[in-house]
Design a binder for this molecule. Sequence first.
Ligand SMILES: C=CC1=C(C)c2cc3[nH]c(cc4nc(cc5[nH]c(cc1n2)c(C)c5CCC(=O)O)C(CCC(=O)O)=C4C)c(C)c3C=C
Ligand SMILES: [Fe+2]
Ligand SMILES: [Fe+2]
Length: 368
Amino acid sequence: MLKANISHLPKDHPKVEFGRIGVLLMNLGTPDGTDYWSMRRYLKEFLSDRRVIEVNPVIWWVILNAFVLTKRPFASGEAYRSIWNEELDESPLRTITRSQAEKIAEKLSDAPQIVVDWGMRYGNPSIKSRLMNLQQQGCDRILLFPLYPQYSAATTGTACDKAFDALKQMRWQPSVRVVPPYYDEPRYIEALARSMKDSLAKLDWEPEVVIASFHGLPLEYFQKGDPYHCHCAKTTRLLREALGWDEHKLRLTFQSRFGNAEWLQPYTDNTIEELAQEGVKRLAVVTPGFSADCVETLEEIAMQGRETFEEAGGEKYALLPCLNDTPDSIDMLEAVIRRELAGWVDLDVSQTAEQPAERTLAASGTHG
Ligand SMILES: C=CC1=C(C)c2cc3[nH]c(cc4nc(cc5[nH]c(cc1n2)c(C)c5CCC(=O)O)C(CCC(=O)O)=C4C)c(C)c3C=C
Ligand SMILES: [Fe+2]
Ligand SMILES: [Fe+2]
């Protein structure tokens, strides 16, 4: 640990230590509780984000306050209650993200100058509070790691905005790097494929079809140039190749629609229903775009999805878990971090992640 030369400063000037490197995992966020006011506070912050809702802000303000925030907190609160981690009184997303940070920190203990922390774009712990904390611990270089394999302005973009907003208020800013989206990293695809095989092996039945369901996005955002759809398509194509499956066995769909506009298609709920109506009896769903299980996977896919499938005539249904804090997932995240820290710290790089061999300069709009 280096000590700054502050001999020219007054005696009561705070002691300044620097030389540490911060790694900040950033995920979406989560309410502090499932009651109306906790839900409302969380949804208000989320749905006031102009990266998430791109409609006219004045019109949206009226709709949000008059309609959405009077009803949605009740429905969302119920969904969160059905998956809440009662033991720790928090949402699964928060439990898993914290565990990911703790496990990564342990794996990086060969470099004691690295400090790993985690923060949420909406709700707590806020990205700003964690950045300040890292700085107070002596981090003058910080690696921001948005935990979204596929880039979207509505997730990765806004998480980085929030970090940069905090940096804007600092006199002495740390140097910052951002981990790129990892949708086509070989280690991510391999981890997904292995995790799927393990989960499928635990079932006493074999699915006829597996759906790869990603969080949706309004179609208009894609038309304006958001690469999210292409990243999802490429992840799915690489996953098919890794599993040796074709387009009928592993289908790409999009879930969690909000509002009345058209979103990316095909829709997960409609696909689940159509497959059952077409006579598919055994169906599994995997959600590769979520780095951790959350309300969108545990409630919408595991519970609502099952109901949809069974009501339409399906018999066997399973949600395959996200990568979460499994050893494979932590190894993959650690490898990406080690690679991205190159030049900042002299790390054992035998464990770093290889860059995808085939990532090329693709034209925007190129599909998977
Ligand atoms: C209203 C527009 C929304 C857009 C656009 C959107 C994009 C988007 N979201 C994720 C990942 C997650 N979203 C989660 C919850 C969630 N998402 C929206 C709305 C939009 N998301 C809402 C209103 C909610 C809250 C729950 C609800 O009321 O339905 C979560 C789960 C958080 C948790 O605590 O469990 C995740 C993760 C992505 C990847 C994405 C765009 C690509
Ligand atoms: Fe969302
Ligand atoms: Fe695309």
